[in-house]
Design a protein around this ligand. Structure first.
Ligand SMILES: Cc1cc2nc3c(=O)[nH]c(=O)nc-3n(C[C@H](O)[C@H](O)[C@H](O)COP(=O)(O)O)c2cc1C
Length: 361
């Protein structure tokens, strides 16, 4: 059967369909458990959580499903090169964004304190809690962490946006690779070259990786239904990871207006922007993304830009200025149909099965 792949076997799941983890408080225990209970692999994006919060989430997921699930972290979670942000740089960013803060009638934020990476402490919790699967993006964990995962039976999945990154992940001993195509919603998880120069589409990327890498490849980006799953498998993928289509479901932690936007005409036009977090990510095009598209080095390093923009975001939501909010999502949004994760899983299984049955006739 189409669903018995190397990836489904390694992950211990019935269908090789992963629900993409969402960072920034957009994941939910309900979404993870619904997908895992339906035979896929639910995933929780935990990079913004404290170690204690990760323990609580892990316990809640374990109580909601006895099936495999995934917890996701960001290996590189800060772009602050030095400990401090220069006053000059901060002034430039304030000047760039002043018109938007003025429009909302709120003061510009003060300079944020330095940010210290949380990854090592978060990874300790992963080793302690032992989720069945640990996925990560923006880099490769240390050899020590990967070795401990193997020893503890935690399956590891790393994200690649280029063939070079896939080769690096395989060489480090990671178990499976996410081939993260340009179409995908959320951040571009590049770690060897700039995100701007790592913009390969999913279907090219799967094939490049398949040719040179032996471990299973999971296609992510632009897949939302059975036809997309069949196409990815035909091109050599062992599984798919679906983000935007699950983000739009009732069970995700996205706001009602975010879900509404994903189903609206506005979702026909997505863009890649650094304006909202300092790292390049795909969402529904809005005024700020468009006006600042060609601004180079005009943003704060990640995650300080996120903190800076959180003030604007909060007020824009209060004033319902939706053209200032970046609604994360991928290029496939205009074909979304389902609002319940179990229905989405069921229709993916049925459509993919139908597709492969047709091929046999
Ligand atoms: C809002 C949002 C947040 C995301 N956050 C993460 C994350 O924290 N970690 C991660 O590995 N992938 C993250 N992703 C990527 C998804 O897990 C998935 O790979 C991607 O959405 C697949 O492409 P699609 O959106 O075209 O389905 C995020 C995607 C979205 C849309």
């Amino acid at each position: 059967m189409w669903y018995q792949t190397k990836a489904s076997e390694m992950l211990g799941i019935e269908y090789p369909v992963l629900q993409g983890p969402f960072g920034g408080n957009l994941s939910s225990v309900e979404l993870v458990s619904t997908v895992s209970n339906a035979g896929g692999l639910g995933g929780y994006g935990a990079y913004t959580l404290s170690p204690q919060e990760i323990i609580q989430i892990d316990q809640q997921i374990k109580a909601a499903t006895n099936k495999p699930y995934n917890i996701n972290l960001w290996v590189s979670d800060t772009d602050m090169q030095e400990d401090t942000l220069s006053d000059e740089r901060f002034k430039q960013v304030r000047t760039l964004f002043k018109p938007y803060f003025d429009e909302l009638g709120i003061p510009l934020p003060e300079k944020p304190p330095p940010f210290k990476s949380r990854f090592e402490n978060q990874a300790d919790v992963i080793l302690h809690q032992k989720p069945p699967v640990f996925s990560f993006m923006f880099g490769i964990p240390s050899a020590d962490i990967l070795e401990q995962c193997h020893r503890l039976g935690i399956v590891t999945i790393g994200a690649a946006t280029t063939l070079d990154e896939a080769i690096a992940l395989e060489s480090a001993g990671v178990d499976l690779i996410i081939a993260s195509g340009f179409e995908a919603g959320g951040h571009r998880p590049s770690f060897l070259a700039s995100a701007e120069s790592s913009t390969i589409g999913t279907f090219a990327l799967i094939q490049l990786i398949r040719e040179k890498v032996k471990i299973p490849v999971i296609a992510a980006g632009g897949i939302a239904n059975g036809k997309g799953v069949a196409a990815a498998l035909a091109l050599g993928a062992d599984a798919v990871q679906i983000g935007t289509a699950f983000l739009a479901c009732e069970e995700s932690n996205a706001t009602a207006i975010h879900k509404q936007m994903l189903f609206s005409e506005a979702a026909r036009h997505t863009t890649l922007s650094r304006s909202f977090t300092g790292r390049l990510g795909r969402g529904i095009a809005n005024r700020i993304a468009e006006e600042l598209m060609y601004t180079e080095n005009g943003f704060l390093p990640f995650p300080l830009q996120t903190q800076f923009m959180s003030h604007l975001r909060k007020e824009a939501i209060a004033q319902e200025k939706w053209d200032m909010i970046y609604f994360w999502g991928g290029q496939i949004a205009p074909v979304l149909k389902h609002t319940k994760a179990a229905d989405l899983m069921k229709s993916i299984q049925e459509e993919t099965t139908d597709y492969f049955d047709q091929q046999k006739k």
